[in-house]
Design a protein around this ligand. Sequence first.
Ligand code: ATP
Length: 270
Amino acid sequence: ARAQAMQVDTRPQVSYGDIGGIDDQIREVREAVELPLLDPERFDTVGIEPPTGVLLHGPPGTGKTMLAKAVANGTDATFIKMAGSELVRKFIGEGARLVRDLFELANEHEPAVIFIDELDAVAAKRTDSKTSGDAEVQRTMMQLLNEMDGFDERGDVSIIAATNRFDMLDPAILRPGRFDRLIEVPEPDAEGREQIFQIHTRGTTLADDVDFEELAELTAGRSGAEIESLATEAGMFAIRDDRTEVRMADFEAALEKITDEDTAAEPIAF
Ligand code: ATP
């Protein structure tokens, strides 16, 4: 059961160069995670504690998971992922157990990066309802806090979490010694979108008329994940047309297609 809920990757393949448009965030994460691992004396000398946990927050598909994987890669650490939603879909007592197992597993794999996705699922603000489900989620969160509070003796294990719902988090989880380094990962700006187009077409045969600057303008409000699927979809148009090169028109058709899908997916107003 433990293997199912946790995903272990001893050699994550993502590197910083694969992530577009969030250079400041990359720098901040490296400072918070890499520096204490690679050069702990710098913190001792200055006399400050390195951050305990890093929380990445921002809209879906902006590169939070990639960032955590790249840090693991950059420190030759094992990447251990756990989805917050997995922790709460369990029998009584099992969520807390999984949290214990997670940290134990990380200890066995030192150096390791623990990545908890959808942190809000386990660490939402207390609601008024006193249902047993809520109490169980609460126990799971307490176990997580316990593990983090005992972090000093833990050695080469870093902890990174991500959420799309920062507003929902219980402030208790953000206290010093817990997730005490907050990094916002926003939707990419035009320059970022251009970079992400370049990254996701590295292996693509492109016609001369493909203009990423213009595509970046046309994709305001789109995430990295959406740009990735646009690039794939554009390639599909070329294949259907029996061409070996992907043209600007293919990107435009792909964009039109996902825009139509967005409209179709919008809820009907009554
Ligand atoms: P979620 O909050 O939904 O879990 P996330 O922020 O963790 O999303 P990722 O899983 O890192 O997003 O990104 C999903 C995919 O989208 C990546 O595998 C990558 O291909 C693409 N992608 C997202 N952001 C970027 C980016 N900044 N640069 C390059 N590719 C990106």
